[in-house]
Design a binder for this molecule. Structure first.
Ligand code: SF4
Ligand code: SF4
Length: 727
C-alpha cells in the first residue's frame, strides 16, 4: 500500500484561548475553501485541558492535560503531522487571504524539489539564491529581520534533520537559524502573507528574567551549530542580542530596571560578557553603543541615564535631517565628501532627475536612509565622519537649501565635475518643492540658502528666485557661490541686502595660473567685478574670497601675487577662505605648509579675517612633528605671526562656535591639545563666568562664520576677537 503525504500541515500551539482559536480556525477554513485548497490539516495542540481530542473537517484539536510551552506544543504537533510542508503559526495572528495564493502555489510548485523552506512576510527583500539565503540567515541572527518561526514553511524532510524546539522562550530563533543553516535551498516570497498581532498580556509583551534567559540561551545554542557564517558573526550576534535586551530594559518601568540588570548579569555567562566590545561610542548604532556602555558601566544610576540617552536618540547626519540639496540632474542627500578605504564617498544620490519627484518622496527617502544607517545596512554612508547622534523626532524642519538645479558654467576648473556643465535646467519641479516646504510649515526659523553650481548668475531664473527668497521671513542667509567672471547686475543689486553673502574663488595670482586652473576667463575681470559688488555690501564679512589649493598653485610666487592683487583691489577687510581640492585625500606636506605660510603672509599684510575651511579641516591632523615642521618653516621665513597658535603658545582661548570646527581645533591641532582652549561657547552670556580671566575669542565655524562674526561684533567682547590659525 502506498501512503501519500498531505501537502501542508499547519501546527498551532494554544493555551486556554478557545475563543481566539475558534475564530482563527474559522478564518483559515474560509480562506482555504475560497481558494479550493483542501490538501491540508490544521493541528491545534491545546495544553492544560481535560477535554478530549476533536476531529472535524481538516482539523485535529489535540488536547493535553499538562501545560506545555509553545515550543513543546509544536514538537507534539510535529509528531502528529504527516505532510510534505509544515507551517507553525500562532493562535492570535492572521493570514492575508489575498497574498496566501502565492504561498499555496509555491508549496504545490516546489513539493518535489530541493527546496526546504519557503520564507515570507519578512521586513527585507531577499534574492532566491544562496547569497539570499545567507543574507536572511545573517539578518535573523543579527536581529535585523523577523526571527519568528511563522515566517517560514518547512519541509518535514528538513525538520527531521534539526533539533526539536526547546521549552524555553525565544526558542524560534535558534530553530529558524538551524533550519536555514541545514537547508539545501530556500524560496523567499517578498510578500506579506502573515500578520503578527500583538495581544495584550502576551508573554513577549514585557521583559522578565525568563525572556532574558531565552535570548541568551538562543545564542548559546546558535553558536553550538558550528555554522561557518555564524562563527564569523559571533561577536555581532552577541552585541545585537545584549543590545536588544538592554533596549527592552530601557523601555521597562523604572522600578524594574535594576532587577532586570541583575537578571542580565545572572543569565549572561562571564565568557560572553568578556567578549562584549567596550570601544563603541555615540557614533555607533544604538545596540553597539549600549553594549559598550554596559561593558564600561561603573554606577547603575549613571548607566541607566546613559542608556536612556542612547535609546532616545539615533545616528544620522545634519544634512539628512535638516538640509535639502537640489542638485544638477539629481536630488542629493548631502554635500559632503570623505575618504573611506581609499575611496571618495559622500554626495549620496536620493533621486535622479524626474518631473515626478516631490518633497514627500525626498523626505521619505531620507528617513529610509536614516533607518538603514541605524541598522548598518546603508553602505554609502559607512565611514562618514559627519554621522552623529540626534534626538528621535518625527518632524524634520529644513534649515539649509542648496540650489544647484542647473548646469550652466562659463569656466572649466580642474577640480570641477562635468555634471555642472551642459546648459540645462533640472526637470524636477524646484519651485513646487520649495513652495511645499513653506506651505507645509517645514522651514525652520533661520534658513540658509546656498546657490552653488554651476554659475548661478547665468541661470535665467536667478533674479526671480532670489526675489522670492529674500522676502521669505524664514530665509536669513542667501549665500551665492559665484565665479564672478561675468558681471551680474542682478547680483550687484542683491548685494545691498543684508541676507546676501558672496563667495568667489580666485585660486591664482597670475593670469597664466588662473587660465590653467579655472580653464577660462581673466583674473582681473573677476577682481574688477568683485570690487563693484563689494561697494554694495553692507558689511565686509558678507564677501568671501577663496583660494583653493591644488598641486599647481601652492608655490610662493603665486601666493605672493595673489595677495598683491587682493591688496591692489582693496579686499583687506573681507573674509579670506583658504581651501583645498576636495578630490585629494590628504594634501602633501608642502601644500599643508603653504596653507600656513599663505595665512601668515595675509596676516602680516593686515588681512585680519583669514581662516581654513572644512575641506582642509577634514584632511588635516596636526601631530607634533608636522606642527614643528610648519613652525620651523614659518620662523625661517620670518612669518610666524602672533595670531598663529601652536603648542608653543600659552594663550587662553575661547572658541565661539560649537560644531565640527571647534572639535577639530580642540582634538586635531597641537594647540588644541595643550588645554589652552578654556571654553567653547555659542552665546555671549556664556562668557560671564570668565570675567576675571585674560583670554581672546576665536570664532570657530565655516559657513556660519559671518554670523558668528556678526554676533561677536554686536557683543561687549569685540575687542577680544582674533581670527586664529591653529597648528
Ligand atoms: S555620506 Fe555622511 S553626510 Fe552624506 S548622507 Fe551619508 S551620513 Fe550624511
Ligand atoms: S566655476 Fe564652479 S562650476 Fe564652474 S567650472 Fe569652476 S568649479 Fe565648476
Amino acid at each position: 500500500m502506498i501512503f501519500t503525504k498531505r501537502l501542508l500541515d499547519i501546527i498551532i500551539p494554544s493555551y486556554r484561548r478557545p475563543e481566539i482559536i475558534r475564530n482563527l480556525l474559522s478564518d483559515l477554513q474560509g480562506i482555504f475553501l475560497s481558494k479550493n485548497f483542501d490538501d491540508y490539516r490544521i493541528i491545534v495542540v491545546e495544553s492544560e485541558t481535560s477535554e478530549k481530542d476533536q476531529y472535524f473537517n481538516n482539523i485535529h484539536i489535540h488536547r493535553l492535560e499538562d501545560r506545555l510551552s509553545p515550543g513543546e506544543s509544536r514538537n507534539v504537533g510535529m509528531n502528529l503531522s504527516n505532510s510534505i510542508w509544515i507551517w507553525f503559526i500562532d493562535d492570535d495572528d492572521s493570514i492575508n487571504s489575498e497574498s496566501i495564493d502565492t504561498l499555496l502555489s509555491s508549496i504545490k510548485e516546489y513539493k518535489n524539489e530541493d527546496i526546504d523552506i519557503i520564507s515570507h512576510s519578512l521586513d527585507n527583500q531577499y534574492e532566491n539564491s544562496n547569497s539570499g539565503k545567507n543574507k536572511l540567515l545573517t539578518n535573523i541572527s543579527l536581529f535585523k529581520e523577523k526571527q519568528e518561526v511563522f515566517n517560514h514553511v518547512f519541509t518535514s524532510r528538513l525538520l527531521s534533520k534539526v533539533e526539536k524546539f526547546s521549552d524555553k522562550l525565544h526558542e524560534d530563533i535558534k530553530f529558524v537559524v538551524e533550519c536555514l543553516s541545514k537547508s539545501n535551498s530556500i524560496v523567499v516570497l517578498n510578500q506579506k502573507i502573515y500578520t503578527k498581532n500583538f495581544s495584550k498580556g502576551a508573554i513577549t509583551s514585557f521583559l522578565n528574567e525568563e525572556r532574558i534567559e531565552g535570548y541568551i540561551n538562543a545564542i548559546i545554542d546558535i553558536f553550538k551549530l558550528k555554522n561557518e557564517l555564524i562563527q564569523k558573526l559571533e561577536t555581532e550576534i552577541l552585541i545585537q542580542t545584549v543590545g536588544t535586551i538592554l533596549y527592552l530594559i530601557d523601555g521597562s518601568p523604572i522600578e524594574y530596571k535594576e532587577n532586570l540588570l541583575i537578571s542580565l548579569k545572572k543569565c549572561l555567562p562571564r565568557y560572553l560578557f568578556e567578549k562584549l566590545p567596550d570601544n563603541f561610542n555615540e557614533k555607533n548604532t544604538n545596540f553597539k553603543y549600549a553594549v559598550s556602555l554596559y561593558k564600561n558601566k561603573k554606577n547603575i544610576k549613571n548607566f541607566l541615564e546613559d542608556l536612556a540617552y542612547c535609546f532616545d536618540t539615533e545616528i544620522s547626519c545634519k544634512d539628512l535631517r535638516n538640509s535639502l540639496f537640489l542638485g544638477p540632474g539629481e536630488i542629493i542627500g548631502c554635500c559632503k565628501r570623505f575618504f573611506y578605504d581609499g575611496k571618495i564617498k559622500g554626495d549620496i544620490v536620493l533621486f535622479n532627475d524626474s518631473p515626478d519627484v516631490t518633497l514627500d518622496m525626498i523626505q521619505n527617502k531620507k528617513k529610509e536612509i536614516e533607518k538603514r544607517i541605524n541598522s548598518e545596512t546603508y553602505e554609502d554612508c559607512v565611514g562618514c565622519p559627519y554621522i552623529s547622534r540626534f534626538p528621535k523626532t518625527k518632524v524634520r524642519k529644513i534649515d539649509y537649501i542648496s540650489l544647484e538645479n542647473f548646469t550652466y558654467c562659463n569656466m572649466r576648473c580642474t577640480y570641477c565635475s562635468s555634471k555642472y556643465y551642459g546648459g540645462k535646467e533640472a526637470i524636477y519641479n524646484t519651485s513646487q518643492i520649495i513652495d511645499d516646504l513653506t506651505q507645509n510649515d517645514m522651514l525652520s526659523e533661520e534658513v540658509h540658502v546656498v546657490w552653488g553650481g554651476g554659475e548661478p548668475t547665468l541661470k535665467p531664473k536667478f533674479k526671480e528666485m532670489n526675489e522670492k527668497l529674500i522676502v521669505n521671513k524664514k530665509v536669513n542667509v542667501i549665500r551665492i557661490l559665484s565665479n564672478s567672471l561675468r558681471y551680474s547686475d542682478s547680483l550687484n543689486n542683491l548685494s545691498k541686502n543684508e541676507k546676501i553673502r558672496l563667495v568667489t574663488s580666485i585660486d591664482a595670482g597670475t593670469q597664466e595660473k588662473f587660465q590653467q586652473i579655472r580653464g577660462k576667463g581673466q583674473i582681473r575681470k573677476v577682481l574688477e567685478n568683485l570690487s563693484i559688488y563689494k561697494n554694495n555690501f553692507s558689511s565686509p564679512e558678507n564677501l568671501t574670497i577663496k583660494y583653493i589649493f591644488t598641486d599647481e598653485n601652492y608655490m610662493d610666487t603665486e601666493i605672493d601675487n595673489f595677495i598683491s592683487l587682493l591688496e591692489e583691489y582693496g579686499f583687506n577687510d573681507n573674509f579670506i577662505q583658504i581651501s583645498c581640492n576636495f578630490k585629494v585625500e590628504k594634501p602633501r606636506d608642502e601644500i599643508i605648509i603653504s596653507f600656513y605660510t599663505t595665512a601668515s603672509k595675509l596676516l602680516h599684510k593686515g588681512f585680519k579675517y583669514v581662516y581654513f575651511d572644512d575641506l582642509i579641516r577634514d584632511r588635516l591632523y596636526l601631530n607634533e612633528s608636522l606642527g614643528n615642521k610648519i613652525i620651523e618653516t614659518l620662523r625661517s621665513k620670518n612669518l610666524l605671526h602672533k595670531n598663529i597658535f601652536s603648542h608653543e603658545n600659552k594663550k587662553n582661548i575661547v572658541l565661539w562656535g560649537n560644531g565640527y570646527q571647534s572639535t577639530w581645533i580642540k582634538k586635531s591641532t597641537n594647540f588644541g591639545r595643550t588645554g589652552n582652549i578654556i571654553q567653547t561657547i555659542s552665546e555671549e552670556y556664556e562668557l560671564k563666568t570668565l570675567e576675571n580671566l585674560e583670554y581672546i575669542i576665536c570664532p570657530a565655524g565655516i559657513q556660519s562664520l559671518p554670523d558668528i562674526f556678526k554676533k561677536i561684533k554686536k557683543s561687549l567682547y569685540f575687542d577680544k576677537l582674533v581670527f586664529g590659525i591653529f597648528i
